[in-house]
Design a protein around this ligand. Structure first.
Ligand code: ZN
Ligand code: ZN
Length: 341
């Protein structure tokens, strides 16, 4: 088969590799669509990935082969595959912190979803493979994982109907967060830097969206929240400035959710004035990844049309033309990019 092999940020090659051989409790999936995620890009850019690896994790496809002991899936099934699975039994799993489970990352997909085929590990077969209905496209199914990360963030923020939530950021994850927040009944305000993305945010889910280079977000947030500030702020960019700024935008007693992935992205340290954190009882929390439960919840949101992912996809490329996809990603003249083998 062919796979997109990473050697350096400027050196990805669509080349011949060995097709994975499955064990008796595993399945082989023929990849049909895979999202390009900032995590993949950062891993390559900051050399967190080892040369020779295959990236990609937001995946959907068809069952191409099943192991002897697998009866829940059959060849030809259209599926979405979550690349993680928690154990469900440890201290972290029992306390709703599934992404911290020591087994969460132990079993995965191989070699990575930027490939023609992936092997799906035994624990994932039972928990993390979802059969998708005929009317759901493979592209939509590839959007389940990023949507699930937003489901988790929104539930960690404890958002309920009537809450006002500010999202800082205007990338595809910010817009997905906006849509998930709407399903929770929130008033959604989004702050971004790019006119085309800010416009898309209103079209695709946010109640209000502003370009913070042109509009005072603080004024708008206060105006829209009766002068209180937002009940929650989701920081969907990797920027310490944005976290700092969110302290001035959240209401007393509100929550700030650090959602953008800070891993390896060079950033100045956060210098935090803790007075408002203590005296105004503001909570700062992090949300990373998703559980299998979040994944199934996201699947249902997309299946029922409550989260509309189709319009968030602006570009599609064959994996062979990955470098073009990467250039479009870096230009930010896009929302979600989907790759096809
Ligand atoms: Zn992702
Ligand atoms: Zn666990």
């Amino acid at each position: 088969m062919r796979a997109l092999v990473y050697r350096d940020f400027t050196d990805f090659k669509w080349e011949e590799v060995e097709t994975p051989v499955i064990g008796s409790d595993e399945v082989l999936v023929r990849v049909r669509a895979c999202g390009l995620c900032s995590t993949d890009v950062w891993k390559a850019m900051y050399h967190e990935a080892k040369p020779g690896t295959v990236l990609g994790h937001e995946v959907s496809g068809e069952i191409a082969e099943t192991g002897l002991n697998v009866s829940s899936l059959k060849v030809g099934d259209r599926v979405a595959v979550f690349h993680r699975a928690e154990c469900g039994a440890c201290y972290y799993c029992k306390h709703g912190d599934e992404t911290l489970c020591s087994e969460y990352r132990q079993q995965s997909i191989f070699p990575g979803a930027f490939a023609e085929y992936i092997r799906v590990a035994p624990r994932l077969v039972g928990k993390s493979v979802v059969r998708i209905p005929d009317e759901m496209t493979h592209e939509e199914a590839a959007m389940i994982e990023p949507t699930a990360c937003c489901v988790r963030a929104v539930s960690k923020c404890g958002v309920s109907s009537g809450n006002s939530v500010l999202i800082i950021g205007d990338g595809p994850m910010a817009i997905l967060n906006a849509q998930v927040l709407k399903t929770a009944g929130a008033l959604v305000i989004l702050s971004g830097h790019h006119d085309h993305r800010v416009e898309a945010a209103v079209r695709l889910g946010a109640d209000y969206a502003f370009n913070s280079n042109k509009t005072s977000i603080r004024e708008k947030v206060l105006e829209l929240t009766g002068g209180r500030g937002a009940d929650a702020v989701i920081v969907a960019v990797s920027s310490t400035d944005a976290v700092q700024q969110s302290l001035k935008l959240v209401r007393e007693g509100g929550k700030i959710c650090v959602f953008g992935d800070f891993r390896d992205v060079p950033q100045p340290d956060l210098s935090l004035d803790l007075k408002p954190v203590v005296h105004s009882s503001v909570s700062i929390l992090g949300s990373w990844g998703c559980s299998t439960k979040d994944y199934h919840a996201a699947f249902n949101l997309i299946k029922t049309g409550r989260v509309r992912v189709r319009e968030i996809i602006t570009h599609r490329f064959p994996l062979e033309r990955f470098m073009e996809a990467l250039n479009v990603f870096m230009s930010k003249n896009c929302l979600k990019i989907i790759l096809h083998p």
